[in-house]
Design a protein around this ligand. Structure first.
Ligand code: C2E
Ligand code: CA
Ligand code: CA
Length: 624
């Protein structure tokens, strides 16, 4: 409602109240006037006036309220005239009483009426009073001085007062309008801020793309939509940039940020209007393709993404070639929650990562089972470690010429809580992946040291060594060498009894740090053994640069030693000898293999031909 109409309404209401009041108030006039005038016509005039006022009151309740107000004033002006004329007592006292009544009316009128009307009313009244002596015979100027003064000062003050009240009201109105406006402004600001906050909460600040929240929300909508329109498909692409971490480290984070922004923009260009490109964080983007009529429609989009993404980007004056791995899920009935689709797309993306260059992989159900069993294995491994479900088995290593036991290789065994035997080939890779190999590795060394102590106490006369397998990951644990040293010293074991088996992949990296660590182990008195030799990089040329004491030829060579592999084994043994290394052949299963190796002067032999890995008790028998 506008201010103008509001004011009018208020005025109309006031006028109506005023008219009603006068209608009642005039009654007192009827009584008063009758006292000063013996003329019954005075009463009639007053009654007529009252009737007029009542009509004005009715009028003032309509939209002609201003006319009603004017009519009221006119009546008020005329009544004193009539009364004075009709009254027989024109003494100053009578006049004053009459005019006081009149003034009272003005005062009240002024309170209720607008300034304009009040002033008009006031002057009419003054003129009227001042003119009394001219037409009332027994009235002179002296008899109206008092009423004039009275009418001059009091109502005028009242009008000023009334006006002042009006000004105050207007000011109040203005104030409240100002407060209103301010509130409105604040409300606006708040709305803008809320919108901004909402935007920040639902968008990624770097790429300005929607985030996971919006993605889940959209997928939720799409799932619902699909339930109603089963012929429409949708698809989710989970995209992870290849080698982003390296690029980010090489170029710096500012450029890395720019790259992500650029990728976001390119992805948006690659998809259709109705599709949603979001960033989940880091270098992971998820694209929701809506309204796919046939799965074949996904391929051109993937093609466009590949083209856009692999266009070189110039960062720090260098051309950077991006590629990505994309996991694709096509919406199916069984999806009821957004997270299921996102998870499966991520699993497919992981698969795609295994292929180099831009690659994509569609999700299939076997993937989940694999991931699930992997996760189960991980938690079982953790528990197994806590519940001491692991044991060590020992496989004897034999001197080729004397057939005496030179020592053992410690091999871990796991009987899980369900009593299943789990092969180390299955759980060691998982332990490496999760980092569990680090605590597990220390546990193995500790266990071997204790076992060595036991054997030494029982079979002091027989020298032997124990080989411990080490995973590459273990070398990454800070203070690895120090912890190993601490375990050996605490158990009071002679370090010369211990050998550590490493794979070629660790050594081939040939980093300064690894070399230092190996040298430290050697300085302590432990020996270093290279395991599975021949399967990895097989680069004979690096062998002499490394601190290695023993070379263990992989069993795949021993397997076929009687045919085509014989020459290679011979070459390896000769080379190792020329580098002052001892050779162990593992996986020796037949007497024939044993004879050939003996001929080739291979010093040590390990394999089922002599013994499978056995528990510590049985292993002790070999030392007798
Ligand atoms: P590896 O270090 O090459 O260990 C030798 C594997 O060959 C052992 O399998 C052993 O049982 C098996 N083997 C021994 N002689 C013969 C034979 O004559 N014929 C055949 N076919 N196999 C033979 P295992 O114990 O299942 O271990 C498999 C792999 O698991 C090991 O290969 C090693 O890489 C890893 N592993 C085992 N124990 C540990 C451990 O304590 N720590 C670490 N880091 N890895 C371990
Ligand atoms: Ca080994
Ligand atoms: Ca081996």
């Amino acid at each position: 409602m506008g201010v103008e109409t509001q004011r009018e309404k208020r005025e109309a209401a006031l006028t109506a109240q005023f008219s009603l009041f006068l209608t009642v108030f005039i009654n007192s006039g009827v009584i008063y006037m009758s006292r000063f005038s013996s003329n019954p016509q005075v009463g009639t005039v007053l009654l007529c006036a009252e009737g007029g006022l009542f009509l004005s009151y009715l009028l003032s309740r309509t939209r002609f309220y201003r006319i009603g107000a004017l009519a009221v004033l006119s009546i008020l002006v005329i009544i004193p005239l009539f009364n004075t004329l009709l009254s027989q007592d024109h003494s100053p006292l009578a006049m004053v009483t009459l005019l006081i009544w009149n003034s009272m009316t003005i005062i009240i009128a002024a309170f209720f009426l607008s300034l304009r009307f009040s002033v008009l009313f006031y002057f009419l009244n003054l003129i009227l009073i001042a003119s009394f002596p001219f037409y009332v015979k027994d009235m002179d100027l002296t008899s109206i001085v008092l009423p004039l003064l009275f009418n001059g000062v009091i109502p005028f003050s009242v009008i000023i007062l009334a006006n002042h009240i009006k000004i105050l009201e207007v000011k109040q109105l203005e104030d409240s309008l100002e407060i209103n406006r301010r509130l409105e402004r604040e409300l606006n600001n708040k709305n803008i801020m809320e919108k901004q906050l909402l935007h920040n909460a639902t968008h990624d600040s770097l790429t300005k793309l929607p985030n996971r929240m919006i993605l889940q929300n959209r997928i939720g909508h799409v799932i619902n939509y699909r339930n109603r329109h089963p012929d429409l498909l949708y698809a989710l692409l989970f995209l992870n940039l290849d080698r982003f971490k390296n690029i980010n480290d090489d170029l710096g984070h500012t450029e890395g940020d720019y790259l992500l922004f650029e990728v976001g923009a390119r992805l948006k260009e690659s998809v259709r209007e109705q599709d949603t490109v979001t960033r989940l964080g880091s270098d992971e983007f998820v694209i929701l393709l809506e309204e796919v009529k046939d799965p074949s429609e996904i391929f051109p989009i993937l093609q466009r993404i590949r083209e856009k993404l692999t266009e070189p980007m110039t960062l720090n004056d260098r051309a950077v070639h991006m590629s990505a791995s994309v996991g694709v899920v096509v919406g199916q009935k069984e999806y009821t929650e957004p997270y299921q689709i996102i998870r499966n797309a991520a699993i497919a993306m992981d698969r795609a990562k295994k292929t180099s260059g831009f690659s994509f992989e569609f999700f299939d159900k076997n993937m989940v089972e694999k991931v699930q069993s992997k996760l189960d294995l991980e938690s079982d491994l953790r528990q197994g470690l806590e519940r001491e479900e692991f044991t060590l088995f020992y496989q004897p290593i034999i001197h080729t010429d004397t057939l005496a036991a030179a020592g053992f290789e410690a091999l871990i065994r796991w009987h899980d809580s369900r009593g299943n035997f789990v092969s180390p080939g299955d759980f060691i890779p998982m332990a490496e992946e999760t980092g569990l190999i680090i605590p597990m590795g220390y546990w193995i060394i500790e266990k071997v040291c204790r076992q060595v102590k036991i054997w030494q106490e029982r079979h002091l006369e027989h020298p032997f060594a124990v080989s411990i397998n080490l995973s590459n990951k273990q070398f990454q644990d800070s203070g690895f060498i120090e912890k190993v040293r601490e375990i050996i010293e605490r158990n009071g074991v002679d370090p010369r009894v211990l050998k550590f088996e490493l794979t070629e992949s660790l050594i081939v990296k040939n980093s300064r740090e690894t070399k230092d660590q190996l040298n430290e182990l050697r300085e302590m008195g432990c020996q270093i053994l290279i395991d599975d030799f021949g399967t990895g990089y097989s680069s004979l040329s690096y062998l002499h640069t490394l601190p290695i004491d023993i070379l263990k030829i992989d069993r795949s060579f021993i397997n076929r030693i009687s045919d085509e592999r014989g020459n290679i084994v011979n070459t390896i043994i000769n080379l190792a000898h020329s580098l002052n290394m001892i050779v162990v052949a593992e996986g020796v299963e037949t007497p024939e293999q044993f004879e050939i190796l003996k001929e080739m002067k291979c010093e040590l032999i390990q394999g089922y031909y002599f013994s499978k890995p056995v528990d510590a008790g049985q292993a002790g028998e070999f030392l007798k």
